[in-house]
Design a protein around this ligand. Structure first.
Ligand SMILES: [Zn+2]
Length: 351
């Protein structure tokens, strides 16, 4: 991944390139983004640039041995940590990122803009929560203790540090605080407030900006097609729900609740919740007379306008809060049928 391949976030890419040029590379950085906005792509481009043996015009060359290893995510000095759990794709009783590295590479090479649900699916743990356990910290410490294979930087790209427990963080802390020479940690988070303070406070934070609609479309075009199918399914479900709620049809609304609960995994249910929140935000923005922030695609304009005119004041904010509660409860293993039935009821009452 070269900086030139990054979609959007030019200012962030430029800032990272000048850090590398000036030789003032922080040993721990925290990139925070709304998922899918390119933090991983930026981290990969940054490490590739740092280790490129023939950089040109503020970017990596893409052709030297280091760049070629980076493009296949097999650079011996670049390590990846991401949340995992036991699953059918590994026989390891206590799996770590290493157990799933093959699937991580396939996913990140095909689509560096993937979201957490894509990762869950790729490593076959859709129905479970991914975690970063202490074994992961031990692996990283031992890998970083070895001498670098090549001349450049050793790097750990750490996806979703918010999934790490206290014990893991404690183990890692010293290494993050005082890493071996030319070693950097790049944390990528979607929830900076959930990153343990001990880690957070040792990082230089960088905000990866949300993508514009045009940039988002460019990302979508590059994605494997299953994602587009999922978006269509979510949009159908969301519009059925909103039409049922706004036309006071409780039976149809509850059927939508059942369909949400029947989504095949908890991750998929959470992905739908994130999607629905985003759609409700668009309705809210239109109500606020800020259509430029709603950023609605032309073919969906009519639907959103209709919903904006039918949803009463307060409906959007209350619904988003209620959806957030559902997401928190999904993580706590509460029956999804009850959760979504309750959510639909609340939306029905609030409309
Ligand atoms: Zn190169």
């Amino acid at each position: 991944m070269r900086f030139a391949d990054i979609i959007g976030n030019r200012s962030v890419a430029d800032a990272m390139a000048s850090m590398a040029d000036s030789g003032r590379v922080p040993h721990a950085m925290l990139l925070y983004e709304n998922e899918g906005c390119g933090a991983l792509a930026l981290a990969l481009a940054f490490v590739q640039y740092l280790n490129c043996s023939a950089p040109v015009g503020g970017d990596s060359c893409g052709e030297c041995p280091s760049c070629r290893q980076m493009s296949r995510l097999i650079h011996p000095d670049v390590h990846f940590v991401f949340p995992v759990n036991k699953g059918p794709k590994t026989s390891d009783e206590k799996p770590t990122s290493e157990s799933y590295i093959k699937y991580w590479r396939e996913l990140a090479i095909a689509d560096p803009y993937f979201v957490e649900a894509d990762l869950q699916k790729a490593i076959g743990i859709e129905s479970k929560n991914g975690l970063i356990a202490v074994a992961e910290a031990r692996n990283i410490i031992s890998k970083l203790s070895l001498t670098a294979v090549a001349d450049g930087y050793k790097a750990v790209i750490f996806y979703l540090p918010e999934k790490m427990n206290q014990e893991t963080a404690n183990r890692l802390l010293k290494m993050v605080e005082e890493p071996p020479v030319n070693t950097i940690f790049l944390f990528i988070t979607h929830a900076p407030e959930k990153v343990l303070q001990t880690i957070f406070s040792r990082c230089q934070s960088i905000r990866v900006l949300p993508l514009s609609r045009e940039e988002r479309e460019r990302v979508e075009v590059q994605k494997p097609t299953a994602d587009n199918e999922e978006r269509d399914l979510f949009m159908d479900l969301f519009s059925d729900l909103m039409r049922a709620v706004t036309s006071r049809d409780l039976t149809s609304a509850l059927e939508c609740g059942d369909a949400m609960a029947a989504l095949e995994s908890r991750e998929k249910q959470k992905a739908f919740c994130a999607f629905a929140s985003e759609c409700i935000r668009k309705i809210f923005m239109i109500q606020q007379k800020l259509p430029q922030l709603a950023d609605v695609a032309p073919e969906e304009e009519e639907f959103y306008q209709e919903m904006a005119s039918k949803c009463v004041k307060g409906f959007c904010t209350r619904s988003i809060t209620n959806i957030e509660k559902v997401v928190a409860m999904i993580d706590r293993n509460v029956s999804s049928k009850i959760l979504f039935c309750d959510l639909v009821n609340r939306m029905f009452v609030n409309i």
